[in-house]
Design a protein around this ligand. Structure first.
Ligand SMILES: [Zn+2]
Length: 387
């Protein structure tokens, strides 16, 4: 048995006022809380600072880990998309694999226990299967031409067979509003209808995303030209990208909206009325890397949105550290409470991925990880994993 105490204990939802002792069994599974005076002093392991459950990284692309440092910072989403498309396959298999192995190991050693991870390929399946981390794999589909919907969906099903063979929990998901037709969106939505699995989509990552849905103008027309995609079928005149696609996705299914850099308050209000299970994912370091702009976080907090946190990939971030993301939020939004960001990084992420009975909080009989953090007034420091 282990008896753990700390200056502050955060249980995934809030700081515990009575500062109990956490009792763990010999496999580091949580047994129960005990009152300090009931445990012999010499048996207690005490930590200065905060302890909290392992982190849940709600949005990552492990398979892009080999692209670290390859794309210039602050060069914009259009350039970023072009660079990913043209450069991601220009590597030896071994380089791609060893980068994935290192990224998985880094996340584990830096306190992450579960990940919502995007896959467009099978590249990361083997590492994810063997990893001590839990992965929910979002098999991401891209196809803006509605005539291709059937074909793209069939390719997704093939990828899904590979993920299932590797024993990975998975769901087919749309990449982004501007890269998936309504027809494909509906096929994807109907595919998860009878499962508990969550969906994910990159949402409103560029100012011109709404512009394209409103009036078929802006940088996305350049992207279609570059990719030689025919957009003659597309009809604009929608209030925003979010309001255009959300009706095509099942309203009862957990949906991670990722980035939300340009989401306006009226969209948040509209979406919350329309969809019951929305999780708004912040990837602050990736936003600063690509577009050098952050979402208006106040709008989300004022609307009581469920926030989660992701690192995005090493193509758009210098590290896959959840503490770096937390610190980016604390630095750029000095009114944010540590208790709130810690909840977003633990319990909310677990809830979004549908794994809150295993991760995100201290659960009897489970090892959801225990992280030790120290803090200064404006940032957290990862001190190590206790379990
Ligand atoms: Zn992403």
């Amino acid at each position: 048995m282990r008896y753990i105490s700390a200056t502050y204990i955060f249980d995934g939802k809030s700081f515990l006022n009575d500062k109990p002792i956490l009792i763990l069994n010999d496999s580091n599974c949580f047994v129960e809380y005990a009152k300090r005076k009931t445990i012999e002093k010499s048996k207690i392991e005490h930590y200065d600072g905060i302890i909290c459950p392992g982190f849940v990284n709600a949005h990552c692309h492990l398979e892009l880990s080999h692209m670290k440092g390859l794309i210039a910072e602050k060069s914009g989403l259009l350039n970023f998309a072009k660079e990913i498309i043209t450069k991601r396959r220009a590597f030896q298999k071994e380089e791609i694999q060893s980068a994935i192995v290192n990224a998985d190991k880094f996340m584990w050693e830096n306190g992450t226990v579960a990940v919502g991870d995007i896959s467009n390929t099978v590249d990361s399946f083997d590492v994810k299967q063997k990893s001590p981390l839990f992965y929910h794999t979002f098999l991401e589909l891209i196809g803006f031409d509605p005539e291709q919907a059937e074909y793209v969906f069939a390719m997704g099903k093939e990828l899904q067979r590979g993920a299932s063979r590797a024993d990975l929990k998975n769901s087919l998901v749309p990449h982004a509003p501007y890269s998936v037709s309504d027809a494909l969106m509906e096929k994807i939505s109907s595919d998860v209808r009878d499962t508990k699995f969550p969906l994910s989509i990159h949402n409103q990552e560029h100012a011109d995303e709404d512009l394209f849905f409103k009036s078929k103008e802006g940088i996305f027309t350049e992207l279609y030209e570059f990719l030689k995609i025919n957009i003659s079928h597309f009809e604009s005149g929608k209030p925003s990208s979010l309001q255009s696609y959300l009706p095509h996705l099942s309203p009862a299914k957990n949906l991670l909206l990722v980035h939300n850099t340009f989401t306006k308050k009226e969209d948040i209000k509209w979406a919350k009325r329309f969809h019951e299970e929305l999780f708004w994912c912040l990837c602050p370091n990736a936003n600063l890397y690509i577009e050098n702009i952050l979402p208006n976080l106040k709008n989300f907090v004022e609307e009581n949105c469920k926030m989660v946190i992701g690192t995005d990939s090493l193509a758009s971030n210098k590290s896959l550290s959840m503490v770096s993301e937390i610190n980016a939020l604390l630095k750029n939004f000095n009114w944010v409470q540590i208790a709130d960001v810690l909840k977003w990084a633990t319990y909310n992420g677990a809830e979004a991925l549908g794994i809150e009975n295993k991760f995100g909080t201290f659960i009897k009989g489970k090892n959801a990880g225990i992280n030790h953090l120290s803090y200064t007034p404006d940032k957290l420091i990862f001190e190590g994993k206790l379990a």
